[in-house]
Design a protein around this ligand. Structure first.
Ligand code: C2O
Ligand code: CU
Length: 438
């Protein structure tokens, strides 16, 4: 049983005592951990002065346990849910999801990691000693006003929402890690409101990308850059030598988005974490090139296709409406979702409950970082992306799951829709109507 309390506190980011929110503490929340097959129970108490929810991002669970906008927790109340862990070993996370308030609540500090274990889909030779050679990194950008308080006003870059100029990692500005092993696994979570990062090391060293949102990759991918948009996670393994200092950094990236580029991984350079290596490092095995079996979902299994266009704070021209159901996939069925960002503003796309696979990006096979299980994907402007996913084995025609842009200001502004999973032959209940599938 996990007990979380959303509460107010203060944290020192280098500006004195800054008011923050956190779970069971001043800022962020404890890392939760569970093993496949386990029945977990969570109990969340809201000690804040406004309504909240807690959503389990990336988790496969019944819609009523999902913690989206339909499961509000009023101040002073406690909400409980339970589900069975049934998905690969992965790095998930949790955060509030009250419609219209998600951006500010996450920005104030409500977020935590949820690590899933599963012997059948993990690799024993990867670093896995939590806090020693297996390190969670929750990366967020913050900005401060003259009084040292969090500035949650929208940035001057119209349409982006909150953008910070200071990087906090696990709630700490300018962090370092004392490395004691020759390989370190970093579990990166971009828990920022709007900013994407383009991670790499200051000295140009490469690293192995071993996992993405929903689990390990089939094959380790050697690279020196990795872009993560808000909500995405990655597991990387970096090799260090005694006495070195390695700096994990976010680098510029050209995404062809003009004035938005620097906020979508562009011009800005930020140091994220300094790895301070001891003079003697305990040996760790090399990263194997083959990691886990990853069954592909074949295109031929899809029974439905839907198209979603993200533009102007809406999806297919409609803003989020808690009383409208936008899609009703059939329990256990496979669908192809075609996405396109047509307004040239940075967007990404997150689907609750499922882990999807990328069928194509701009008509071509996806690049290696997009070949594993994903629940959130960056949408470059005017680049069509096809996802394939199997919907839940839990049917509940009344309780929706969400899909949305995970740039939180866009989500709060209406770039979100709802789907229910219906039993075969079923239809959604309630007053909503369905968008026409194309
Ligand atoms: Cu990370 Cu609908 O959320
Ligand atoms: Cu967006």
């Amino acid at each position: 049983m996990f007990n979380l309390t959303a509460q107010a506190g203060t944290q020192d980011f280098g500006h004195g005592a800054t008011s923050t929110w956190g779970f069971n503490g001043a800022v962020l929340g404890p890392t939760l951990r569970a093993t496949r097959g386990e029945q977990v129970a969570v109990s969340v108490t809201n000690a804040l002065d406004q309504s909240t929810t807690v959503h389990w991002h990336g988790m496969h669970l019944p819609a009523s346990a999902d913690g989206g906008p339909h499961q509000p927790i009023m101040p002073g109340q406690t909400w409980s849910s339970t589900w069975k862990i049934d998905q690969p070993a992965s790095t998930l996370w949790y955060h509030p999801h009250p419609h219209g308030e998600t951006a500010r609540q996450v920005y104030r500090g409500l977020a935590g990691m949820f690590i899933l274990d599963d012997p059948a889909t993990s690799v024993a030779t990867l670093p896995h000693d939590y806090g020693v050679d297996d390190i969670p990194l929750i990366v967020q950008d913050k900005k401060f006003d003259d009084a040292g308080q969090l500035d949650a006003s929208p940035s001057g870059v119209t349409g982006m929402g909150i953008l910070g100029d200071t990087i906090a990692v696990n709630g700490t500005v300018g962090p370092h890690l004392d490395v004691t092993t020759e390989r370190v696994r970093l579990r990166l979570l971009n828990a920022s409101n709007a900013r994407s990062y383009n991670f790499g090391f200051a000295d140009g060293r490469g690293f192995a990308l071993v996992g993405t949102d929903g689990g390990l990759l089939d094959t380790a991918y050697e690279t020196d850059r990795l872009q993560l948009s808000p909500g995405e996670r990655a597991e990387i393994v970096v090799t260090v030598r005694p006495g070195e200092n390695a700096v994990l950094r976010s680098f510029p990236q050209d995404l062809g988005m003009g004035r938005f580029d620097r906020f979508a991984g562009g011009d800005d350079t930020f140091d994220v974490l300094q790895l301070r290596d001891a003079s003697a490092l305990a040996p760790r095995p090399a990263v194997p090139s083959h990691l886990v079996g990853l069954p592909r979902l074949p295109r031929t299994e899809a029974v439905q296709q839907r198209r979603f266009e993200l533009t102007d704070d809406a999806i297919n021209g409609q803003k989020m409406d808690m009383n409208r159901v936008d899609a009703a996939p059939v329990q256990d069925s496979v669908e192809i979702w075609k996405l396109v960002n047509t307004d040239g503003v940075p967007h990404n796309f997150h689907v609750h409950d499922v882990q999807f696979q990328v069928l194509s990006q701009d008509g071509a096979a996806p690049p290696p970082p997009l070949t594993g299980w994903k629940d959130t994907i960056f949408l470059p402007p005017n680049v069509p992306i096809e996802l394939i996913m199997r919907f839940s084995d839990y049917a509940d025609a009344q309780t929706p799951y969400m899909f949305h842009c995970h740039m939180l200001y866009h989500e709060d502004s209406g770039m979100m829709g709802q789907f229910v999973v219906v039993p075969p032959g079923g239809s959604p209940s309630g007053t909503g109507h369905l968008a026409d599938p194309t």
